[in-house]
Design a protein around this ligand. Sequence first.
Ligand code: ADP
Ligand code: F6P
Length: 448
Amino acid sequence: MGRLVIVSNRVPAVRERAQPAGGLAVALRDAVQGQECLWFGWSGQQIPDDEGEDRRVSIDTVDNVTYATVDLTKSEYNGFYEGYSNGILWPLCHYRAGLMSYSRQDRHTYHAVNTMFAQKLAPLLKSDDLIWVHDYHLFPLGLALREQGIKCRIGFFLHIPFPPWSLMRALPGAEKLMRSLRAYDVMGVQTEDDARNVNEGFSVVGVPAQARVFPIGIDPESFQQQASSGLDSPEVQKLEKSLRGLPLIIGVDRMDYSKGLPERFRAYEVFLRKYPEYRGKVIYLQITPVSRGSVPEYKVLREELDGVVGHINGTYGDFDWVPIRYLTHPVPRELLAPFFRLSHAALVTPLRDGMNLVAKEYVAAQDAKDPGVLILSRFAGAAPEMEDALLVNPHDADEVADALHKSLSMSLSERQLRWKRLKPDVWRVTAGSWARSFITALAEVRSE
Ligand code: ADP
Ligand code: F6P
């Protein structure tokens, strides 16, 4: 098999390269062990517009992986990353066309950055490379590489959902975008629904290609290990002490409107009204680091969340109890894993999510003898694989409130049974097996 070339907008930061922590980096490290690999993408740096012409690809090699990164100019960052990727494609792909703020200029910048990526990457490629492009920032990259004369096998994996054509067609140029995907030899998505939707789009524009399902997983062994070994750390002990023996409900999500946070807080308010016996008798910790903070819709969300949390804490709190402990900064994985293990229930209630790795991490972190309960949205990509969670409609505050009550009053034997049934799938489809199956499909493409 040739060299693996990974292309993604975000590339692991320099400090993460020797020991990657996040899902994709860990998955790919597992899959490419011992194999030569090139990882190309954005450096994470912005430069002044007039320095774009002279920018160079910066190269850094760690073990068998060479990282090749380019800076984005300020205008490219605004138009490509904030504007088109996260202000247009993200809401649309999450079924929120109403939040899309379309601009023709952003579309132009998005395509220009994809072309620039292709121009910078092409000279680094070898004829037998396998190229694996990731996510919605780079839909047109395959075609841009073909236009540079690249004949290697190129695969694309979409980490986020793909909407039905009736929604997707709201995007000006949607047909062109669908046709451009023909440049890929393999098109991978998270769920059957996403595959159906992509294939519907293909059939509208007469492209014979077929999307295939490759659900992503985590590294459950290492997460489980972190969860149990981390229990002794001073921070975890501090959290445990602060619980004063009360059950902990936990939520961990980037601050994104797709995660259903205002809806979740309102459901928690319904829970406190409907089941007043829990007032002062439960701790809810919500960890929500700010994400894409300069995109207008994310600013609006932050203000809304500040308001809802303030309202709930002011209305239901007491001098010795805060209904929602709300953090807007990230917490290291070494702490998240034992926090999950300490908790009695997790709220994972996105309105729409590609997969949702937090749901799988929560299951991996549990103690078989005393597992917590996963309350999971039916609209997370993980839901079809996790039917033994308490599945809820995140729009239905009463249903979420009842699930909270059920989780807190559930017998130990039911918690154990549900967890025992959830565990095998989390261990079966891992980050490594996901990456390997995609790469194998891509490697086999010409021989088929
Ligand atoms: P998304 O890719 O939309 O952010 P996922 O749930 O699929 O959602 O993946 C999020 C990843 O980021 C998980 O590995 C999770 O542990 C991590 N993460 C989410 N929230 C936090 C947080 N508050 N602090 C640290 N890591 C987080
Ligand atoms: O899972 C979707 C995704 O956009 C990933 O591609 C990305 O790494 C993650 O969410 C965080 O988003 P961002 O790179 O915009 O901070």
